[in-house]
Design a binder for this molecule. Sequence first.
Ligand code: MBD
Ligand code: FE
Length: 284
Amino acid sequence: MTGTTTEQATAAASGSAATEQFRSKQCSGATDVDTKRVDSLVSELLAAAHDIIRRHRVTYAEYDVLKSWLIQVGEDGEWPLFLDVWLEHVVEEVASENREGSKGTIEGPYYVPDSPVLTAEATLPRRDDEPGTPLLFQGRVTSVDGTALPAAKVEIWHADDDGYYSQFAPGLPEWNLRGTVIADGQGNFRIRTIEPAPYQIPTDGSCGRLITAAGWHAWRPAHLHLKVSAPGHQPITTQLYFKGGSHVTDDIASAVKSELILDPGPAADGNGREVTYDFVLDKA
Ligand code: MBD
Ligand code: FE
């Protein structure tokens, strides 16, 4: 550990923060989904479970393990983590089927709206002694027809050099490594930050217990999260990864796409690395 975090990060603390964050983004209740659709979706989900129970001859002992695990996921606040790691990628796949511009991928549980607004030439909020390799992330936002999108909004958030997200781990400044960058008149942005570390699903909570019990690994590759938006265009939620990084080919959250892998070179100023990535937005 190179950071200044003193209090121990726990699954239950990051889980309850993620649960609170999700609640505050005004989720729609079941009443907003058509009755017939709820009927067919839930019926098919249950039928799939019944089929698995029969085919695998699931025992009462196993049923009780499942029951206590499900109860614990809620107590740990880990439903957002569980759903975003193991289901969201398919929802995103369906949602983005007809998109022509840049690829998107899952949002995950750690987005916080209204991060500090920064100009096109930006340095993300960070500690004076922020550990990590400096990274210059620059690019341009255009429409699918090639026109620049002046004043496009580039929201960025990412883990620190220990793999922790501000507001979801103790001891970090509120907006550490989070910002809302407003592109310039030509849609260009230049963001100075540090390279994030790979992210490990908390090992001390229910999701960690599942991973251990199933003999899986708990890792996501290092990634930058982004939401890019501009008037008259569909906003995009995406992530960018780093070529050759650990777990780029076996992300636990299945959220890597080849188009989203960056290959940074040495920075022109000799300080860390730099990379250019352009965003193309579909029209609304
Ligand atoms: C993350 O950082 C993340 O991006 C996802 C999708 C799930 C868990 C942690
Ligand atoms: Fe993440």
